[in-house]
Design a protein around this ligand. Structure first.
Ligand code: TXA
Ligand code: MG
Length: 307
């Protein structure tokens, strides 16, 4: 086994936190069976205790042992695991995962990440890992190891360097305790879910914090964010998309000059961070098509603009 993996596993077994690369964003990972380690995640993120964590597993057998598995889970796992899909299922009666990790809910959020380093660590550790995105609560999600170091340096025993995240937005969270409902749009689109489930998959609509990651002001940069801009002001930073970019911004970063939504998703959090500088007055954002991965990108941008 690779040295760094061995080191990461030793930290996890000792109840320490590590920065874990996944294909979506970097995670702040701990042994999900260890209440103290899970509590340390909440402390490091300054996260409200009611916001439950995603539990990362290394294979389907490990997932089955933790929840009341069902036929939708079977189909979705076959198509989308490993990958950017998180499934909400009822906890198994003897589920050993820390109750703190699911914030007292009787359900569990499960995901098998596609990053080879993440899978290697989970399998070597032999325990499921609780891992929210490795940012402070309400701030921009990290997509490079440097982002994790900046924000979580004191909280983590180490940050595994798995390069830049290729998906760039978090996993889709889908509740399959009944008919599938999307709690958070993400790397797997509604169309992809509908194609394999064979029925229309709706968004969760309702009162209260069903998926607290849905809090309005998530992903907030320090600067105000202005959406759907056609023109820019001289002191604004411009987050552009596509080939036709308005001129005159103080600084411009293009999510995808060719208008590719996958490329834009991979860049969105890193570019928001890069443009979030005091010399600018605002981050102006060009319109992103509301289709496919654009739905997840627009969801994050709307939350970045809400304050
Ligand atoms: O891509 C991802 O999912 C990343 C990487 C690190 O895997 N993780 C991530 O975790 O985004 P986090 O903690 O930032 O977001 C977890 C989301 C939140 O919206 C949370 O409310 C929801 O999952 N969630 C977790 N457990 C849940 C449950 N039992 N019921 C409903 N929602 C749940
Ligand atoms: Mg997060």
């Amino acid at each position: 086994m690779h040295n760094l993996i061995t080191e990461a596993v030793a930290h996890l077994r000792a109840g320490r936190l590590i920065g874990l690369p996944t294909e979506t964003v970097y995670g702040l990972a701990a042994n999900a069976l260890d209440d103290c380690a899970v509590a340390a995640i909440y402390a490091a993120k300054s996260r409200p205790q009611f916001n439950p964590l995603i539990i990362h597993i290394g294979d389907v057998a490990q997932a089955r042992a933790l929840v009341q598995w069902n036929s939708a889970a079977e189909v979705l796992a076959a198509h989308f695991w490993p990958g950017p899909l998180t499934m909400i299922l009822p906890r198994a009666e003897q589920c050993p995962v820390s109750l703190l990790a699911s914030a007292g809910l009787d359900t569990l959020a499960l995901r098998m990440p596609a990053h080879p380093m993440a899978l290697e660590v989970i399998r070597a550790a032999g325990v499921p890992l609780a891992a929210p995105s490795a940012n402070r609560s309400g701030r921009i999600s990290p997509t490079t190891p440097a982002h994790v170091q900046e924000e979580m340096e004191l909280a983590v025993a180490m940050v595994l360097d798995g390069g830049n995240c290729v998906v760039g937005v978090e996993s889709t969270v889908v509740d399959i305790t009944g008919a599938a409902v999307i709690l958070r749009p993400g790397g797997v689109t509604r169309e992809m879910l509908q194609a394999v489930l064979g029925y229309e998959v709706k968004d969760y609509i309702g009162e209260g914090v069903h998926a607290p990651g849905m809090l309005a002001s998530h992903y907030a940069p320090h600067l105000p964010v202005r959406l759907n801009v056609q023109t820019v002001e001289a002191k604004e930073a411009l987050l552009a998309f596509g080939p036709l970019v308005p001129q005159g911004a103080a600084c411009t970063m293009n999510l995808s000059a060719s208008g590719n939504l996958a490329e834009a998703a991979a860049n969105v959090f890193a570019y928001l961070r890069a443009l979030d500088r005091p010399e600018f007055t605002r981050i102006a954002v060009m319109p992103i098509p509301q289709e496919g991965l654009g739905v997840a990108i627009n969801d994050r941008l709307a939350r970045a603009a809400a304050r």
